[in-house]
Every structure is written in structure tokens, then in C-alpha cells.
Design a protein around this ligand. Structure first.
Ligand code: COA
Length: 183
């Protein structure tokens, strides 16, 4: 799989040399919260999940690393997965593990590249994202890309000792094609 080139970042496959960095991000409670279903406890579990991800469309393991083009530093990761056994669409997720580099537009650019790639390579009509209603940064990012809230999944995610409501976002292929180029 080749890299997907953006202006400030590129999405590239993760290599084993990246694994310690990415695994360390999953030890951060703030980062783990949105990914409670995918929080490998040990480094070995993380490596195993990466090894089988290519053959598992439902895997929550990272699919691409986010690399800052100016420095070559790995700053985050994105993923996509089949969320439902019957419905035919993909969900995306995203994280900027390098907190110092948040707020520079990297997350937004990474998700834009990922959704472009999915609509270009898969015969799907919808891409979704599920976001904790309290996750301001993620809600801002995904809504800014033109995703719509299709509904609220009440008490769908457990973290930090309680159940959280989650917005189910989606965007269709025609909506994605019609959005302004920089959105
Ligand atoms: C969500 C996340 C990926 C955003 O990454 P980022 O690179 O900082 O985001 P960007 O710089 O591309 O910002 C995208 C938009 O969100 C806004 N934003 C960023 N952080 C914000 C915050 N804390 N509160 C409100 N808005 C915020 C930006 O202003 C920008 O809006 P704009 O396009 O109108 O200017 C990052 O905060 C993160 O990794 N969070 C933890 C993991 C997570 O929650 N992932 C999502 C799971 S659903």
C-alpha cells in the first residue's frame, strides 16, 4: 500500500519500528476513552492485532500512520472498520497521539485523505463516524468535513466510570463529492 499525500501530512502504512510509539499512545487515558473496544493492554497484543488487521475488515487496529511531512515524525494514526454485520458502510476513526502537534489541521487533513481513499477504492455509498457527544475536538473536526449527525446513540460507550451518549455521523458519496474542495 502506498502513501496518501496531503499538504502538511501524509498517510502511510505503519511499520514495526512505529509500534512502540503507537502502543504508547493507547496507554494515555484521554486517548483510550474513545477507543475502549480497542485498547490493547500489552505490546504483544498490539503487535498481534496489527498482524491480523489486513485480513479483518472489522479490525479496529490502525490502518495508516499520520506523518508530518516537514519533519518525517509520526504524529497520529487513522483507521476504518466495518461496524455492522449486515449494513454495508465503513466507519473511520482518528487520533493525534502527539499532543504538541494538535490544532494544526493535521487531524482534519488526515480524515479528508482517508475518506477520499475509501470512496475511491471501495464500492460503498456511506462513510460513518461515531463520536462521544462530549468530545468537542472530534465533533468539530468531523462536522467541519461535512458529516451529518444521523442520530444519537444513547448510553453507547462506557468510559471514565459511566455511560456516554454518542453521535452517529455519516456522509454519502454524493455529499462527499459535492462538498467544497477544502472542506
Ligand atoms: C480529535 C483530534 C484527532 C483532532 O486533531 P487535531 O489535529 O488537533 O484537529 P485539527 O487541528 O485538524 O482541527 C480540526 C477542527 O477541530 C477544531 N478543534 C480542535 N481541537 C478542538 C477542541 N479541543 N475543541 C473544539 N474544537 C477543536 C479545530 O479548531 C478545527 O476546526 P476548524 O476546521 O473550524 O478550524 C485530536 O484532538 C485527538 O486525537 N483527540 C483524541 C482522540 C479522539 O478523540 N479521536 C476521535 C475519536 S471519535
Amino acid at each position: 500500500m502506498t502513501a496518501l499525500e496531503g499538504e502538511s501530512i501524509r498517510l502511510r502504512p505503519l511499520a514495526s519500528r512505529d509500534y512502540p510509539t503507537v502502543h504508547a499512545w493507547y496507554q494515555d487515558p484521554e486517548l483510550v476513552a474513545p477507543f475502549d473496544r480497542y485498547a490493547p493492554d500489552t505490546f504483544d497484543e498490539f503487535v498481534r492485532s496489527m498482524e491480523v488487521a489486513a485480513d479483518d475488515p472489522a479490525s479496529l487496529a490502525p490502518r495508516f500512520g499520520i506523518e508530518e511531512k516537514s519533519s518525517g515524525v509520526l504524529v497520529g494514526a487513522v483507521g476504518h472498520y466495518v461496524p455492522h454485520p449486515v449494513l454495508e458502510y465503513l466507519e473511520v476513526w482518528y487520533l493525534l497521539g502527539d499532543r504538541e502537534r494538535r490544532g494544526r489541521g493535521y487531524g482534519r487533513e488526515a480524515v479528508r485523505l482517508l475518506v477520499d481513499y475509501l470512496f475511491a477504492t471501495r464500492s460503498i455509498e456511506r462513510v460513518g463516524a461515531t463520536v462521544d457527544v462530549e468530545n468537542a475536538a472530534s465533533n468539530h473536526l468531523i462536522a467541519g468535513l461535512g458529516f451529518h449527525v444521523d442520530g444519537t446513540l444513547r448510553s453507547a460507550l462506557f468510559h471514565h466510570g459511566r455511560w456516554h451518549d454518542v453521535y452517529a455521523y455519516g456522509i454519502t458519496r454524493p455529499e462527499w463529492s459535492a462538498r467544497p474542495p477544502r472542506a
